[in-house]
Design a protein around this ligand. Structure first.
Ligand SMILES: Cc1cc2nc3c(=O)[nH]c(=O)nc-3n(C[C@H](O)[C@H](O)[C@H](O)COP(=O)(O)OP(=O)(O)OC[C@H]3O[C@@H](n4cnc5c(N)ncnc54)[C@H](O)[C@@H]3O)c2cc1C
Length: 454
């Protein structure tokens, strides 16, 4: 708490609208949540601070879906379907989707073009009659009482507005709404460090023939350059891979720390300011090194995204916290609402450490329990995406897009079911939710056949 404060007079805030379901945040979780609620016939509003959807996937230039697939006993399968499939098909129709590519020889990821993602997401939400409010920053809540949220307050160019809803879904990635409502949460590893953020960027004008499979050779070239003292890198494990047009490559190379070496905290404005500036500086450093790689000599930075990429901040505590052991042990849950096939991917100081379930011995995915989406002590709130109920290690895996789509679709569907039965989301019949999700094409693990194909 700062030592000096200014008292703000109470004021009457205009009502923007009354909804059945209000979703804060338009990343993978928010997109899927809003579409699922609207598909179930509910009047849904999605509120997003930027003027486009996609969350970190577009706003932080991620340009790559992880967690859509699982390595099931050595065979690759697309285990996240449902709303995600609908979105991917739209991105593909725009010519913006790469074929899946292999990561570390063990798991698939799938790159996309950010412009196509934004357009496809607008189209998907429009088709399902989701109302969207862009350029609106969620800024606080007004409660009915300790357990129920009455209104979400948003700051817009027209001033502060209030949005009321029967059920709210926090897909802000940072657990903003849940925190304002008084839900308990954890931050990072509880010892002051979080997964380190990165500033992504993309290069253009690469000679694809000369660059070849440079993603294989770049890590060794970095070690050589570092040993020779010509360059210093903020982390190992750099990812530099082609986009759909082979002259354009994405670069995931940077790591942003405070002066004391701990991770930039994505909840602190001073940290974010430092992270943005230092991120762009590191991008230039990385670019200067990459221009020494064959095929990259004439490249240039074509895009620095609107914001620094934040991997982890608040994780809201719910009825169950998905753990690293659950990920590595391919855990099952009676109340499964989807699955995660991505390994633990911890961004620690100076490095990125992957830990996979045993391959090919294991089925390669864990189930995601519905309880992850239900925060303690607030009755009309669900939380989905990277701020859902997971431990620091569990979140290092299930924070990626695939699991966020699955959680979002489950949260939106659950909100509609809760409204059908006039119940709190925590009290709905989970079997009914599971049947609805399966009917929408989702794969929940359990007794279901693993979907074929990629
Ligand atoms: C550098 C980096 C690289 C990554 N690489 C990959 C990868 O290759 N593949 C992969 O699948 N995942 C990757 N991830 C992880 C993945 O992008 C995110 O974890 C995922 O997007 C989380 O989805 P989400 O919907 O929970 O939240 P987010 O994507 O964070 O979306 C949250 C949305 O809420 C909005 N928002 C937040 N607060 C407010 C507010 N108060 N008011 C209004 N709007 C608000 C934000 O603008 C944003 O649009 C990466 C992440 C980073 C940072």
């Amino acid at each position: 708490m700062p030592s000096h404060t200014i008292e703000e007079p109470a004021r009457h805030v205009p009502l923007y609208g009354e909804y059945e379901v209000a979703v804060l945040g338009g990343g993978p979780a928010g997109i899927a949540a809003a579409v699922a609620a609207a598909r179930a016939g509910r009047r849904a509003l999605l509120i997003e601070r930027y003027g486009f959807l996609g969350g970190m996937g577009t706003a932080a230039g991620v340009t790559n879906f992880c967690g859509l697939h699982a390595n099931v006993h050595g065979q690759m399968h697309r285990v996240v379907q449902g709303v995600a499939s609908d979105l991917l098909a739209r991105i593909d129709r725009l010519g913006g989707l790469n074929a899946p590519h292999l990561i570390l020889g063990k798991i698939l990821a799938q790159a996309y073009d950010t412009a196509a993602y934004k357009i496809a997401a607008d189209d998907l939400l429009g088709t399902h009659k989701v109302e969207i409010l862009f350029h609106a920053l969620g800024a606080g809540v007004v409660m009915h009482d300790m357990r129920r949220i009455k209104a979400l307050m948003v700051e817009t160019k027209a001033g502060r507005r209030a949005v009321t809803a029967d059920i709210f879904i926090d897909c802000s990635g940072d657990g903003d709404l849940a925190a304002w409502a008084g839900a308990r949460y954890e931050v990072g590893d509880n010892q002051g460090s979080m997964l380190y953020p990165s500033m992504m960027f993309r290069l253009n004008n690469i000679d694809p023939d000369r660059a070849g499979e440079a993603w294989r050779t770049i890590p060794a070239l970095m070690e050589k350059a570092q040993a020779a003292g010509t360059h210093r890198f903020p982390r190992k494990g750099a990812i530099v891979r082609p986009q759909r047009s082979q002259i354009e490559w994405r670069v995931n190379f940077t790591q942003l720390a405070r002066e004391d070496g701990s991770a930039i905290n994505g909840l602190e404005p001073e940290d974010l300011t430092r992270g943005e500036i230092e991120g762009r500086r590191q991008a230039v450093d990385a670019f200067n090194f990459l221009r020494t790689v064959p095929g990259f000599e004439k490249s240039y930075i074509v895009d620095l995204p609107p914001q620094l990429g934040i991997r982890e901040t608040r994780r809201v505590i719910g009825g169950y916290m998905l753990s690293g052991e659950d990920v590595l042990g391919c855990a099952s849950f009676d109340d499964s609402i989807g699955v995660n096939g991505w390994p633990m991917e911890t961004h620690v100081a100076g490095d990125v450490v992957f830990k996979f379930p045993p391959i090919p011995e294991s089925r390669g995915f864990n189930e995601l329990p519905y309880r992850m989406l239900i925060p303690e002590a607030i009755d009309n709130l669900l939380v989905a995406g990277r701020c859902a109920s997971m431990t620091h290690n569990g979140q290092s895996a299930a924070r990626v897009s695939g699991a966020c789509f699955a959680m979002g679709e489950a949260a939106g569907t659950a909100a509609a079911l809760a409204l059908d039965g006039n119940a709190a989301p925590r009290d709905i019949a989970v079997g009914k939710l599971q049947d609805r999700l399966k009917g929408q094409g989702a794969f929940l693990g359990r007794d279901q056949q693993v979907p074929e194909g990629l």
